[in-house]
Design a protein around this ligand. Structure first.
Ligand code: UDP
Length: 345
């Protein structure tokens, strides 16, 4: 029987790109998503790129019975890559319990269903937010996990710990958490990309929507930080590069090559850019002018964070390859294609 990799949240931004890279690497994919923050049409995008339409189930991982029913009797799930979660930092501060219920109960149900049905490896979608403002930069995996700055960040920490303790308790499970820095960009085909609902929270969709005239003006949150131009520094990683890290991680688990049972890796480029540098690079890559204004700091923002990727480079044999310019161009091409598509519907 052909083995499949289950991707939870597989119609979401990073999940859909990972589904594509898994298929390109020769894996069979099954997607579970509750479509809370994504659309079924993403399956067409995946199919247009790969020529393969993944099996899809609209299931909410918090619905334990439905999840158990999905797993029961299936012997073809070789591994799980778990993306499905709420992800808006600001919203999590307003509705903490909604975030704890959704992001914790889902993983609890998933782990129990996996163990109950003999499904071993799990790759977890984590975040560099677990480091808070690191004491030293670039931040490597030895840096301490800091007091979370939002309920969202706390759910990432708790999820990592749940997976770690479950693995260490000797359950038949291997786990890898990938701590992403700032994922941006889209598949170069512009068939899939980031499609936030409503007003975007993240920098890149705000930039592309401003360039297209959907938003009037980008607000740059603070220019009084201790950086070259005063705006915060982040490590912006191309979503396709990031997706390939998941392929490598899940293959490592399926091949039994993980050393400690539970591992975690920083997934970034190793380079930091200020907000103004990103705007300038976007303007250069696309020829679009961005109307922006400097405003006050956004509460909870850290000053600078970028990855030391040595461990991921050496242990996973993975590296980010794409340039910031081509990544920004891919985000722009996706935004244009996506809006054209919406209009045509
Ligand atoms: N940012 C901004 N204006 C926006 C959105 C973000 O100036 O409308 C800045 C934000 O202050 C941070 C960077 O862009 O310095 C990246 O923010 P994002 O929300 O994309 O990711 P974060 O690093 O906060 O997870």
């Amino acid at each position: 029987m052909a083995k499949k990799i289950l991707v939870t949240g597989g119609t979401g931004y990073i999940g859909s790109h990972t589904a594509v890279e898994l298929i390109n690497a020769g894996h069979d994919v099954v997607i579970i998503d509750n479509l809370y923050n994504s659309d079924r049409s993403v399956l067409e995008g995946i199919q247009n790129i790969t020529g393969y339409r993944p099996e899809f189930h609209q299931i909410d991982l918090c619905e334990r019975d439905r999840l158990e029913a999905f797993f029961a009797g299936r012997k073809d799930i070789a591994a799980v890559i778990h993306f499905a979660a709420y992800k808006a930092v600001g919203e999590s501060a307003e509705k903490p319990l909604m975030y704890y219920r959704n992001n914790i109960v889902s993983t609890l149900n998933l782990l129990e269903a996996m163990i109950g049905n003999g499904v071993k490896p799990i790759v977890f979608s984590s975040s560099c937010t677990v480091y808070g403002q690191p004491d030293a930069l670039p931040v490597d995996e030895n840096a301490p996990v800091k007091e979370p700055s939002s309920p969202y960040g706390n759910t990432k920490q708790i999820n990592e710990q749940m997976i770690r303790y479950t693995v260490e308790a000797g359950n038949p499970l291997g786990g890898i958490s990938l701590r992403y820095f700032n994922p941006i960009g889209a598949h170069p085909s512009a068939q899939i990309g980031e499609a936030p609902q409503g007003i975007p929270n993240n920098l890149l969709p705000y930039i592309t929507q401003t360039a297209l005239g959907i938003r009037e003006q980008l607000k740059v949150f603070g220019n009084d930080y201790n950086t070259s131009d005063g705006t915060p520094i982040r490590d912006y990683i191309n979503v396709v590069d990031l997706s390939r890290a998941h392929v490598v991680a899940v293959e490592r688990l399926m091949n039994g090559h993980n050393r400690q049972g539970y591992e975690f890796f920083n997934i970034g480029t190793g380079r930091g850019h200020t907000v103004l540098e990103v705007i300038e690079a976007f303007e250069k890559a696309t020829g679009q002018k961005i109307n922006y204004q400097i405003v006050g700091r956004r509460p909870g923002d850290v000053e600078k964070v970028y990855a030391d990727t040595t461990y991921a480079n050496q242990e996973l044999g993975w590296k980010a390859h794409k340039t910031l310019e081509e990544t920004l161009l891919s985000a722009w091409n996706w935004e244009k294609a996506y809006r054209k598509n919406i209009k045509a519907q």
